[in-house]
Design a protein around this ligand. Structure first.
Ligand SMILES: NC(=O)c1ccc[n+]([C@@H]2O[C@H](COP(=O)([O-])OP(=O)(O)OC[C@H]3O[C@@H](n4cnc5c(N)ncnc54)[C@H](OP(=O)(O)O)[C@@H]3O)[C@@H](O)[C@H]2O)c1
Length: 315
């Protein structure tokens, strides 16, 4: 090449800059908050790490590779990106540990009616009541990638029976007693005391849990979502919660974010809401940079990249 590689790195913490530069010696590495701040450099960029919209992608005529800081690339896969030959990689696995911890927290909070203690504490009330135990219950995990696998391990350590549902059920995971495919969602849902969604949002997984799945669940079962809203059909979930088809829900990811102030989910007594906050840790951000640094080294050496997104499958 007759000019140095141009790498635009968007929205990364300042302390990460040195190790990113070190991964591509001789390259022109430019750091900026967003693509709009380096619009004049886009036409010459070979690599972008961060978010691009369709107009920015069109402007980046020499672009060969985009890395997403997110694990889920549903919003990065707009039609122009799907159609373009630019390679897209993602940071999948970055939030596996905190999402699994968040799912455990939501299951424990739901099972122990923890909001009741918090409310009682506000009025200095000694409110003792009977609650559940996770041990001996069945945790049904939708999605068995980084987050699902990390959750399976933790649920098994709590002596829960673990079931999985994934797009490729032939892939087995330790701690999972039985793996189901997406066409077996009702049979899977009927077995679980907790249905926990950790899957990617894709054209195929959107609406995977609808009326039939919630109808199949036990009236004592709880629904938890830590990956993306939209995998459950919100109307079906609302009806299930209001009419007692299921006992409750813990929701970190929502179909519309921020969850609108007039959303009925806020005021349901059997729902715990967290604001897409399950993986907001320093380690999550660092692991995303780890993937990019490794891939940048590979890109410079002409080696295959990790975490390449299958644009048709959507993750
Ligand atoms: N709340 C947050 O802050 C936060 C942070 C990080 C990630 N996330 C979300 O969490 C998701 C999972 O992260 P990860 O690191 O575990 O990603 P991952 O390793 O890519 O795992 C994605 C999983 O989704 C499964 N899947 C895809 N389509 C499916 C379908 N139609 N039915 C059932 N399962 C399907 C895949 O199944 P196969 O393995 O069988 O192909 C895979 O196991 C991300 O996609 C992202 O949306 C949220």
């Amino acid at each position: 090449m007759d000019r140095p590689l141009l790498v635009l790195v968007l929205g990364v913490a300042e302390q990460e800059e040195e190790r990113i530069r070190a991964a591509a010696p001789g390259a022109d590495v430019v750091f900026a908050p967003s693509a709009a701040d380096v619009a004049d450099r886009l036409p010459d960029a070979d690599v972008v790490a961060g978010k691009l919209d369709a107009a920015q992608l069109a402007a980046a005529r020499r672009l060969r590779w985009v890395h997403s800081w997110a694990a889920g690339v549903d919003s990065a896969l707009f039609p122009e990106m799907v159609a373009s030959p630019v390679v897209l990689t993602c940071s999948k696995g970055n939030g596996a540990v905190p999402l699994a911890e968040h799912a455990m927290m939501l299951m424990l909070m739901l099972d122990r009616h923890a909001p009741r203690w918090l409310r009682a504490q506000e009025s200095r009330t000694w409110d003792r009541f009977r609650h559940g135990e996770l041990a001996g219950t069945t945790c049904g995990i939708v999605g068995m990638g980084g987050a699902g696998t990390a959750l399976a391990r933790r649920a098994a350590a709590f002596d829960m029976r673990v079931l999985g549902l994934r797009r490729r059920p032939e892939l087995q995971v330790p701690d999972v007693e039985r793996m189901y495919g997406p066409d077996e969602v009702e049979a899977f849902a009927a077995e679980a005391d907790f249905v926990v969604v950790t899957a990617a949002l894709t054209p195929q997984s959107r609406g995977l849990l609808g009326v039939d799945a919630f109808r199949a669940m036990k009236p004592t079962a709880r629904y938890v979502c830590v990956s993306r809203g939209g995998i459950a059909d919100d109307e079906a979930l609302l009806t299930a919660l209001r009419e007692g088809w299921i006992a409750g829900a813990g929701l970190d990811a929502h179909a519309v974010e921020p969850l609108p102030a007039d959303s009925p989910f806020w005021s349901l007594p059997n729902v715990i809401i967290t604001p897409h906050n399950g993986a907001t840790t320093a380690q999550t951000a660092r692991r995303g940079v780890d993937v990019f640094v490794d891939n940048l080294t590979r890109f410079v050496a002409g080696e295959p990249l990790r975490n390449v997104v299958d644009k048709t499958a959507g993750y």
